[in-house]
Write a protein that binds this ligand. Sequence first.
Ligand code: HXC
Length: 514
Amino acid sequence: MSLQKNIEELRELKAVAEKGGGDAAIEKQISMGKLTARERILALLDENSFTEFDLFVEHEERNFGMDKKVLPGDGVITGIGTINGNPVCIYAQDFTVMGGSLGLKHARKITKIMDHALKMKVPCIGINDSGGARIQEGIGALAGYGEIFYRNTMASGVIPQISVILGPCAGGAVYSPALTDFVFVVENISKMFITGPNVIESVLGEKISQEELGGARVHAETTGNAHFFAKSEMECFEQIKTLLSYLPANNTHKAEKLAVKDPVFNKHIEEIIPSDPKQPYDVRDIIRAVVDDSNFFEIQELFAKNIVIGFARINGDTVGIVANQPMYLAGVLDCDSADKAARFIRYCDSFNIPIVTLEDMPGYLPGVDQEHAGVIRHGAKVLYAYSEATVPKITIILRKAYGGGYIAMNSRHLGADFVFALPSAEIAVMGPEGAANIIFAREIKEAEDQAAMRELKVKEYTRKFANPFVAASKGYIDAVIEPSEMRDLLIHTLSVSKEKEDYRPVKKHGIPPF
Ligand code: HXC
């Protein structure tokens, strides 16, 4: 046979295998408003950059009629390509092939590409669209999941790992995304749950739809499992490209520097922060006012809105921003916002991304609900994450920094490299009203006009403690600055910190309050 004939035969074999589960299954996929696995990969990667691996891998299961089943690619497409010109490893489960269910060979294709990503030190992206463990394969499928989880853990903090949920992600399948860094969901398409509605109905007698149980909004708003929510698959792919543009390829690199487009900086931060400390404002307006080109890429925008996290650039370099959100629950720390912030701080630290903290918050959220939900355990994660991080850490206190919140939000005492405060800052053990009510309780009680006395004492406390100058006099903050100085100070301190080295005691690993 001539080489030309071989080539033609290869093309025919490829064409058949690339059809996945065939026309009817593809029709069904499209009717559900979904792209096919192959279309997804091609839409996400740079044009003509995809090289597929293991198209001809076959399953070896012989039970339950599987000996007669041909499963092209064993239900998953794997390979390498580029995004924004940078290499990535990728896999996409093909729901048209036996519901994208995961058998041993399917799993081994995934672990092979994960091993490749870890060895080549490039990001790994997994597109999930699967009915979970392939029931006919039993233990083989379970083994496969375990091998994926192990690799997710080994790669954690070494290469960026991204999970995209574009269909069902049921049963044990949910744990690979949960072990990765960022989870993307799409409205009406993503469904994530450990036990599906049918099991819930038969065991608990409760009826619930897949959407209500674990749809995209549930995970973006309520559980916090998802980091990015999109209205369409194409929007989701744009979000992934943007995210990757802020990240290094691995933990030995820094993210690529990008030129500032608009060097003219003329934002009036003093007009954003109200003079009345009880008035809320949107801290994202402050963030946009100090970062390059006002571009802020927010993470977990819909979850635990009392804290805002995300990536931006300052003078071209990626920074992670952690900011209390006075617009939502006055920006308090509670169980969810503590989890959200702590995980992000650890992410930035793993990938050499300096952390900028903007603080305006009255402390931890009080109440039985929070205490019983474990605010001590969850809140401790923030202390741990900031203390542990060795990347440059800069804090600017915008307004309130009360009590435990003052300590937790990257205070000098937890190892901040630079701490600045605006003149509007109030650094105190608690809010002036609460403090005056306690320490001047007798004077207020004995006064003829209790309200007037309370007001007087609140003013006295405010004058004495609710300002940045007591902390400044002790060296806990480095400078009281004007709002117009914020951006230049960030640029300056980040450039001074470029070669920062900070050491920790040698240990296998710490025991964070997981
Ligand atoms: C084998 C499966 C499958 C599975 C789907 N299919 N899931 N085959 N193992 N897990 C097959 C179907 O039989 C069907 O084959 C085809 O894929 C398409 O599935 P449909 O049911 O027709 O699709 P749809 O109506 O869209 O429903 C999708 C679904 C449903 C909600 C995901 O298929 C479903 O509930 N699947 C089972 C989910 C589940 O319980 N998984 C196991 C979890 S246990 P045909 O031939 O008809 O086209 C688990 C433990 C792992 O994951 C623990 C690891 C730690």
